[in-house]
Design a protein around this ligand. Structure first.
Ligand code: FAD
Length: 504
């Protein structure tokens, strides 16, 4: 039972994938964290259906991927898609252990994250919607269903309809939805030959017929996830309940009379609205995930974008709260993550045009041309990097070409034996990886930085690298690293004084 007045370091509004990833990151760093969630329990409503390769890497860096893979839906090992065009995106040129998207339901992702976040010390309070926010120079006062919580910071992870955003009057500029669609988990009692038998490339799961389009993903046995819509549907209210008759009509139109609906496990409507807040920080309140950006769900981006916001923000908030960094380190969260969100809004807008189920001659011609372009290796690599998140780099201070890059999960040998880089990042510390015995005597390590002398079979392109807790290089050298005292200052500055931006 929570007292009516309480105090913590960070309040996270919303226990979706963004809020729970952030809660895990903060708790791992020893920050007292309280998650306030509106819903009494997790609902079965389907939303995001998987993680992209870069998110898989980041989860692996924290030991969170393995428990998720146990819950993944088996799928053909095939690359992702752009605008549902029939060319798999090939991530293998990006040097990753996870070149394919992993199919896991958002509910399972949230379950695992919540279990790990609470085990690490975060508290999650359900049936406690945030209803009021006041802030001053020292912190925030959050009101939630009779509970008043004083905290140093509030992070709004309360989704596209964010209450926190509305309470603070933060605008959410962009475009309202023009098309609406239904997403439902269903069971079929009979299937025609047109129904896909296995979870393969997205283009093999989509069909049109009878004025409808549909995407039907087999989840095992009689379970399927259907997404469907039809032209001119924008006027149905998002809150109008989806009826079994509506689903039957779409199923029959696209897959013929031999396909029969049994049970609807859950169903909801969504639109292609596109919006982004202008600044991810308003004083002591930060915005992450859908609370900061929404876009059409094309190419499975939203959940990934939100979780990656959280990986970027978590270690920075912890460093500021633990007096290891000045408060303006938090401005680099906006500088780094806003352009990444803007890029996703940009390419989902393009995908929305290309994936139009009623394309007309002009869009059909454009689609043919883009399909041909995707067959060219360089174009495919570029779009694969964009959609998977693997090509993201931050424009961080420093001359070395690796600065700002992600580091592949390489095999290393340390004095303790073989280890993968991901395992070294699991505690959530920064890692100073010394591959050439170049760190000088007298080096003072900044707090929460682990020095790891190692050898690597793969040439990582530097003799030593400082890798931030979120897996991006913030300093590297080819051999020269200066005196111990000089390098100590450089490392401390690069780690917590960074005013980066994204190169996406
Ligand atoms: C049809 C569809 C398909 C999608 N497919 C994919 C996909 O394949 N891949 C992908 O990456 N993304 C996908 N997405 C997007 C993805 O679901 C979202 O981007 C993701 O849920 C965002 O996570 P979040 O934690 O930021 O917000 P949410 O998941 O919206 O979580 C917000 C949480 O805040 C809570 N909350 C709301 N108000 C309050 C309040 N006042 N106080 C406290 N708590 C509050 C809510 O109950 C909720 O639990 C899809 C979305 C849709 C609609």
């Amino acid at each position: 039972m929570m007292p009516t007045e309480t105090e913590t370091q960070v309040v996270v509004a919303g226990a979706g994938p963004t809020g729970l990833t952030l809660a895990y990151e903060l708790a791992l760093a020893g920050v007292r964290t309280l998650v306030l969630e509106k819903l009494p329990q997790r609902v079965d409503q389907v939303k995001g259906g998987g993680v992209q390769p870069r998110t898989a890497e980041l989860l692996e860096n924290r030991g969170l991927l393995e428990p998720l893979l146990k819950r993944a839906t088996p799928r053909e090992q095939v690359g992702g898609h752009f605008a549902m065009l029939p060319v798999p995106l090939d991530c293998t040129p990006w040097n990753t252990r996870h070149p394919f998207p992993v199919a896991i339901s958002q509910g399972d992702i949230e379950d695992v994250l919540e279990e790990r976040a609470t085990a690490a010390g975060a508290r999650v309070l359900r049936a406690t919607p945030v209803t009021g926010v006041e802030q001053d120079d020292d912190g925030v006062l959050v009101t939630a269903d009779g509970v008043r919580v004083r905290a140093r910071y509030l992070v709004a992870c309360d989704g596209g309809h964010s209450t926190v955003r509305k309470l603070l009057g933060v605008p959410f500029p962009g475009r309202p939805g023009t098309h609406q669609a239904v997403l439902a988990d269903i069971r079929l009692t009979a299937v025609s030959a047109l129904v896909p038998r296995q979870l393969g490339h997205m283009s093999t799961l989509t069909r049109q017929g009878g004025g409808h389009w549909a995407m039907l993903a087999p989840l095992g046995g009689d379970r399927y996830r259907i997404t469907f819509g039809r032209a001119g549907e924008a006027d149905t209210s998002r809150d109008t309940p989806v009826t079994p008759e509506e689903i039957t009509t779409a199923l029959r139109a696209v897959y013929g009379p031999g396909t029969t609906l049994g049970v609807v496990d859950n169903a909801s409507r969504f639109t292609d609205a596109t919006r982004q807040v202008e600044n991810y920080r308003t004083g002591r309140v930060l915005f992450a995930g859908d609370a900061a950006h929404i876009h059409p769900p094309l190419g499975g981006q939203g959940l990934n974008l939100g979780m990656q916001d959280a990986f970027n923000l978590g270690w920075k908030l912890a460093a500021v709260l633990q007096d290891r960094a000045p408060g303006d380190l938090l401005d680099s969260y906006h500088a780094e993550r806003h352009p990444v969100g803007a890029q996703v809004l940009h390419h989902t807008s393009a995908q929305r045009v290309l994936a139009n189920p009623n394309p007309g001659e002009d869009v059909a011609a454009l689609r043919d041309i883009v399909t041909d372009l995707l067959r060219l290796p360089d174009t495919n690599r570029h779009i694969a990097g964009l959609m998977s998140g693997l090509s993201l780099r931050y424009d961080l201070p420093g001359d070395h070409p690796l600065t700002g890059d992600r580091v592949p999960d390489t095999d290393l040998v340390t004095e303790d034996g073989p280890v993968r880089l991901s395992a070294l990042l699991a505690p959530g510390h920064a890692v100073l990886l010394d591959l050439g015995g170049v760190t000088p005597a007298g080096l003072r390590l900044p707090p929460r930085v682990d020095l790891v002398p190692a050898t690597s079979a793969e040439d990582l392109g530097a003799a030593a690298l400082l890798i931030r807790p979120d897996g991006y290089v913030c300093w590297a050298t080819d051999g020269e690293s200066g005196s111990g005292a000089d390098l100590s200052d450089v490392l401390a500055e690069r780690l917590v004084g960074a005013r980066g931006s994204a190169v996406v």
